[in-house]
Design a protein around this ligand. Structure first.
Ligand SMILES: Nc1ncnc2c1ncn2[C@@H]1O[C@H](COP(=O)(O)OP(=O)(O)OP(=O)(O)O)[C@@H](O)[C@H]1O
Ligand SMILES: [Mg+2]
Length: 376
């Protein structure tokens, strides 16, 4: 029996085959919509697999000859930075950077790309503002994909788009939207994990992007598919697992794809140290290692909370429904209800909890485990 040495599980980066599973419907629908010029808003809680999915789709579309652009707004710290990243991505789409530069220079007047060659002769793109100031209308930059598009649609993805708020309030948002609304040859995808912020942008009448794209929620991967994937990974490495262990991993991780791969990777390593046997105690050791590695970080997160917020967090680890009732407040000594509300709001804002379909859950299931061990 051949034993594979490489861990069959991956986390911490966007994944593609053979680490990518499920999403069949999305892989069918999303490219179809985008090719038709339909813009989309894709949202889910953190670490469900948005970025992996869209990058896989962009690769496929690229193979079919579409021009694709991916911008992560987490990296966009200023208007200038946006422009640099945008120029960079656009230039990559065109056949040579010299040609690209010429084309773009014909289409921009005040904001222009400048290329300098690094010591290896590779082009480095920066931005020059012809009027000196970088506080200028950016329409000519936003319009580039539309003006450069030929027969085929361009596809532009803005990941973590809610972070657009970092750029001087809503004015960037408004400017962007007034340009994009005229783009017939570009389909846009807006994505993000701060669901409340993102959905506000697209569903509130007074916001610039009101009803701009089709809303699409990315769900978790079904438990049985996660289990099949894990069991195949163990089987291919010659690991003997006890019945139900993959299901346990999925349960501990609340079926969140990132955490499932994280713990499965740890369990795989433990099995290698355990004569290729994955039993409950090997799984227990994998969990312990993950928690131990993050103790300092968890501790720091907890210390930043008020005593009341800490108690609310502990209460949510026990019971995550009907949190705004007098009986909940009483049961966990958290009265009055309004104080529970305030603390929950803070925990959501900090990203420690996530709210979804009227329930609250720990964004990081290992933080939950740690809290349970620490505080109970
Ligand atoms: N389709 C998939 N099949 C298997 N595992 C997946 C899949 N999608 C995501 N994952 C797992 O989840 C991890 C996180 O994925 P990804 O970064 O795409 O999620 P995300 O929703 O963009 O996260 P974030 O909210 O942090 O931006 C991956 O590294 C991988 O371990
Ligand atoms: Mg992401």
């Amino acid at each position: 029996m051949g034993t594979e040495k490489n861990n069959p599980f991956r986390y911490g980066i966007a994944v593609d085959d053979p680490y990518f599973i499920d999403r069949e419907q999305e892989l069918k629908d999303i490219p179809k919509w985008l090719k038709n010029g339909q813009s989309l808003v894709i949202y889910s809680p953190r670490r469900y697999g948005k970025t992996s999915l869209i990058l896989k789709i962009l690769n496929k579309l690229k193979d079919e000859g579409f021009k694709t652009i991916y911008i992560d707004f987490f990296k966009v710290t200023s208007r200038r930075r946006f422009t640099e990243l945008y120029f960079n991505e656009i230039i990559k789409q065109l056949t040579s950077w010299e040609k690209a530069l010429r084309k773009i220079s014909l289409l921009t007047k005040r904001i222009r790309p400048v290329v300098t060659l690094d010591n290896q002769g590779l082009p480095n793109i920066s931005v020059r503002y012809e009027d000196g100031s970088d506080d200028v209308d950016m329409t000519e930059v936003f319009d580039l994909p539309q003006k450069l598009a030929e027969k085929k649609q361009w596809i532009v993805v803005f990941d973590e788009f809610q972070d657009v708020e970092k750029l001087n309030g809503e004015s960037f948002e408004k400017e962007l939207r007034s340009a994009l609304i005229h783009h017939t040859k570009v389909s846009y995808v807006f994505m993000g994990s701060k669901m409340h912020m993102l959905l506000n942008m697209f569903t509130h009448k007074n916001r610039a992007f009101y009803q701009f794209g089709k809303l699409l929620e990315l769900k978790k991967i079904p438990k049985n598919q996660l289990i099949d994937f894990m069991e195949a990974g163990f089987n291919n490495s010659g690991i003997k697992y006890i019945v139900g262990v993959a299901g346990n991993i999925a349960n501990i991780c609340n079926d969140i794809p990132h955490y499932v791969q994280y713990l499965a990777a740890g369990a795989w390593e433990e099995a290698l140290e355990n004569n290729l046997i994955l039993d409950q105690s090997a799984l227990g050791r994998a969990v312990d290692k993950i928690i131990t590695n993050q103790t300092d970080y968890f501790m720091q997160q907890l210390e930043e909370l008020t005593a009341h917020q800490q108690r609310v967090l502990l209460a949510v680890s026990v019971e995550n429904k009907n949190l705004f009732t007098a009986s909940f407040a009483e049961r966990f000594h958290l009265s009055p209800v309004s104080s529970v509300q305030r603390s929950l709001q803070k925990l959501l804002k900090k990203g420690i909890l996530t709210k979804h379909e009227r329930t609250y859950f720990f964004t990081d299931p290992f933080f939950k485990l740690w809290i349970e061990r620490e505080l109970s």
